[in-house]
Ligand binder design. Structure first.
Ligand SMILES: *Cc1c(COP(=O)(O)O)cnc(C)c1O
Length: 451
């Protein structure tokens, strides 16, 4: 198993051939899931004492398993937040896997960490963070948000004593991962009202803190503003939220897991004004920055605070904390061993340059706008609101939830597109989440024709 033999070479050829063929499909098959029973019949028991052999296992994957996995990079995968890695980023993922990299420490992977940090620096500069800012690529926005909030509470808990409870404030529209982080941390979540545009503002934050702290023996330690809500793409009023956070001495975290990529797009950059005040923020390159799963850029204004909260200490780790250790990525989040998961993103960014990223993001914004115009012109559809970023939310007039569900199922069954229903304030809606520059106006038009 651990020797590269002539037989390994044969399997290597088959694997490369498979991977390249998949990459060259334009578009790839959309595909659809099977039930457990169906998969049991088709795939059977795959783990055996003597093994299937490489060719057979690859064939099983390619012919039975892969076709049951919906292609997230399909231009008509418009559900949730899709994934649209650049070809270079996908290719370099193979290199990362083959390179025996341990991405947790400077001692073990200085060059990889150096490169990842330059990619983080690009993002930090887009946000206007100080030179001293820094962070780490973690698995996803969920872990990024949790790690930032843990650092935040640790920081405040060192300064303030005597509070029975701690709380984090966010808007009704914030991502489910904030509530999940609060549950893990056993802190309260205070949900703030949003303004007429669906945004969290400084005024409502102020009122929510006042209300919580007057009614409980608790203390708000952080506010999470969302810069691009997952459902509608709304960007909170970062400037006023940041100002209130600063005045009250609480941590200001910005969740830009989906929308943070908009920082690189001049046409929407102004929506993010105020992000430069953030104590921490996250952006998922696996969402709108064209990296493969999974990578979340987590950046702190003062990384020392995060380091104090997160560094693991043990006799067998002491050697990592020496003076030559410029930067240990494992010190900045809830993890230790880590894949150098920022490298595929770094490679593509280094190879193509940042301008290409700006162009690709602007292209998705343009297609989202075109989608909104198509909906305006549609006899049966109505825009929920003008898209802020690249999510187009709309309703099919006269439909109830069951109609939406049946339509969505049919669309996938007929391999036309993957568009799942969502809801807003209790009302079922549809949304096109567009992060793939290969999604065209024709794609959207053909989907809309089925409505
Ligand atoms: C997707 C998303 C998350 C969670 O990110 P994962 O990478 O899926 O863990 C958090 N916040 C927002 C706003 C998101 O869109």
């Amino acid at each position: 198993m651990h020797k590269f033999t002539p037989e390994t070479q044969l399997i290597a050829d088959e694997i490369f051939e498979y991977a390249l063929a998949r990459m060259k499909m334009d578009p790839p098959e959309l595909d659809a899931p099977l039930t457990f029973e169906e998969l049991t019949v088709r795939a059977g028991a795959t783990i055996t004492e003597d093994g299937l052999g490489g060719s057979e296992a690859l064939k099983l994957f390619g012919e039975v398993l892969a076709p049951t996995c919906i292609s997230v990079d399909h231009p008509r995968f418009l559900s949730f937040i899709p994934n649209a890695p650049t070809e270079y980023a996908t290719l370099f993922d193979l290199v990362v896997g083959a390179s025996g990299l341990y991405g947790g420490s400077w001692l073990e992977a200085s060059g990889a960490v150096f490169a990842e940090n330059q990619a983080l620096r690009w993002i930090a500069d887009l946000a206007g963070m100080p030179e001293t800012a820094g962070g780490v690529f973690v698995q996803g926005g969920t872990l990024g948000n949790l790690s930032a909030l843990v650092a935040a509470r640790d920081h405040l808990r060192r300064q303030l004593e005597g509070f029975a409870r701690w709380a984090v404030v966010c808007s009704e529209e914030s991502h489910s991962s904030i509530a999940s982080a609060a549950k893990v941390m056993d802190v309260d979540v205070v949900k703030c009202e949003v303004d007429d545009y669906g945004r969290l503002t400084g005024a409502s934050l102020d009122a929510a803190i006042e209300d919580y702290e007057s009614k409980t023996n608790g203390r708000v330690f952080a506010v999470v503003a969302t810069s691009g809500t997952t459902n509608l793409g709304i960007v909170d009023d970062l400037r006023s939220v940041g100002a209130v956070a600063k005045r009250r001495g609480i941590w200001f975290h910005v969740d830009g897991a989906y929308g943070g990529a908009g920082l690189a797009a001049p046409s929407v950059r102004h929506l993010f004004d105020g992000i430069e005040q953030a104590d921490s923020f996250v952006v998922d390159p696996h969402k709108w920055l064209f990296a493969p799963f999974d990578a979340c850029a987590l950046i702190y204004r003062e990384p020392g605070i995060a380091k104090r909260a997160h560094t693991q200490h043990a006799s067998y780790l002491d050697t990592l904390q020496n003076e030559e250790a410029e930067w240990n990525p494992s010190d900045y989040a809830i993890h230790l061993s880590r894949r150098a998961r920022g490298l595929p993103f770094w490679f593509s960014l280094a190879a193509h340059g940042t301008l290409k990223y700006t162009e690709a993001i602007e292209e998705t914004l343009r297609i989202a706008k075109m989608g909104a115009r198509l909906i305006d012109a549609h006899p049966n559809c109505e825009l929920l609101l003008e898209p802020t970023l690249s999510i187009v939310a709309f309703r099919r007039i006269g439909w109830v939830a069951a109609d939406y569900a049946a339509w969505s199922e049919r669309l996938l069954k007929e391999q036309i597109a993957f568009v799942t229903p969502s809801s807003h304030q209790g009302e079922p809606i549809l949304r096109f989440a567009i992060v793939n520059p290969r999604t065209t106006e024709t794609d959207l038009a053909e989907i809309l024709e089925t409505l």
